[in-house]
Design a protein around this ligand. Sequence first.
Ligand SMILES: Cc1cc2nc3c(=O)[nH]c(=O)nc-3n(C[C@H](O)[C@H](O)[C@H](O)COP(=O)(O)O)c2cc1C
Length: 184
Amino acid sequence: MEVKRIIQERRSLRSLEPFEVTQELIYDLAESASLAPSCFNNQPWRFIFTYDQNILKELYTALTPRNNWAYKSPLIVTVFTKDELDCQIKGRNYALLDTGMAVGFMLLRATELGLIAHPIAGYDEEKVKKILNIPEDMTAILLIVFGKQAKEINPNLSEEQKERELKRPERLPIKDFVYFNKYR
Ligand SMILES: Cc1cc2nc3c(=O)[nH]c(=O)nc-3n(C[C@H](O)[C@H](O)[C@H](O)COP(=O)(O)O)c2cc1C
């Protein structure tokens, strides 16, 4: 599959089914993320792959109620970092940017492997850090909820969420975020 098609295929769907999580999959996703560019090749991203049923159940309790569709996920990746792990150039901190690029690579690879990888920010960060023993000075910036796309739409979703299963949310028109040659 070529990159453009994977980009178009990637969706943050919420009708998920469990799948078998293998070490091979974890290493594949981690390696794909690690090939992202980063400032000075600092690689500031850190990932916890949680697949242990008991720890997953604890993680579910840290999610906001609107993210209860994630309870069927057999694999949640917690993404964390801190500014000190990457370039800090006169107020420009690159850790979150570079970590985001690595996440992008992981999402695309997951799509290529036929998986849904749904990023979420709706969770209690302190709770997640406590459950996973993430050091206090690090930011747990994202969880990625993995699943297989279910055949049926999850009946527990809100009407808006159900609609989004069928149709990708609209994007800004190109003219609203692209500038030619200068901002003005
Ligand atoms: C940083 C970030 C936070 C998000 N948080 C949530 C969330 O808490 N719950 C949720 O259902 N989706 C969440 N999403 C998914 C977005 O809603 C989704 O990516 C967006 O609507 C575009 O849809 P698409 O990814 O299917 O193209 C998040 C995505 C990102 C990148």
